[in-house]
Design a binder for this molecule. Structure first.
Ligand code: URA
Length: 193
């Protein structure tokens, strides 16, 4: 067995590996891999869908309009900044024209997310929108039905708290924002448990 398989990598080392990933066709269109950002020892991790144009440009997740909303709601309802949690996406490279990632792309990228989850070992995972919620809860049920409760994450002590994607809240208005706020309060209480 190669030596590298015997030692456990740090999150920075995994990110350095991911920066050269060519496991799917998204590699061809990206400016850079958007691996994730935040505290590698965070108790709280957010998982979105995939980088947009601004994220692709800056190499950081949720730095566009949705990210500004996420930062604001996170501060107001949980009392944390993005540096105090960890933020990642299901796919680490921007799908062209902001289309949805395909099942093959999601499957190809999944090992990176699994490694992030294993190394960070958050107590609470807030899944943002349908993609990450369905993937991590292994369900076809949509976010509107899933949200409003927490779910144990199989094989760990962590809980998954699904909520709307902030882009959907930006489009959806006051009710969706209120529901997302209440999901984040649930996350705050779950972190403190
Ligand atoms: N939407 C996402 O799902 N992730 C980002 O990083 C930005 C927008």
């Amino acid at each position: 067995m190669a030596y590298s398989l015997l030692v456990s990598l740090t999150l920075d080392e995994v990110a350095a590996d991911a920066a050269h990933c060519t496991q799917c066709g998204l590699a061809r269109g990206r400016t850079q891999v958007v691996f994730g950002m935040g505290d590698p020892d965070a108790h709280l991790m957010f998982v979105g869908e995939g980088p947009g144009a601004e994220e692709d440009r800056q190499g950081l997740p949720f730095v566009g309009r949705s990210g500004k909303l996420l930062d604001r709601l996170m501060a107001q309802e949980i009392g944390l900044t993005r540096d105090q949690c960890y933020i990642a996406n299901v796919v680490k490279c921007r799908p062209p024209d902001n289309r949805d990632p395909t099942p093959d792309e999601v499957a190809a990228c999944r090992p990176w997310l699994e490694r992030q989850l294993a190394l960070i070992a958050p107590r609470v995972i807030v899944t943002l929108g349908n993609f990450s919620s369905k993937l991590l809860l292994d369900t076809k049920t949509g976010i509107t039905k899933l949200r409003g409760q927490s779910y144990p994450m199989a094989g760990t002590d962590a809980v998954i708290i699904p909520t709307y994607h902030p882009a959907a809240v930006l489009r959806g208005g006051a009710l969706q924002e209120a529901q997302m706020r209440s999901d984040l309060v649930r996350a705050r209480m779950a972190i403190a448990r």
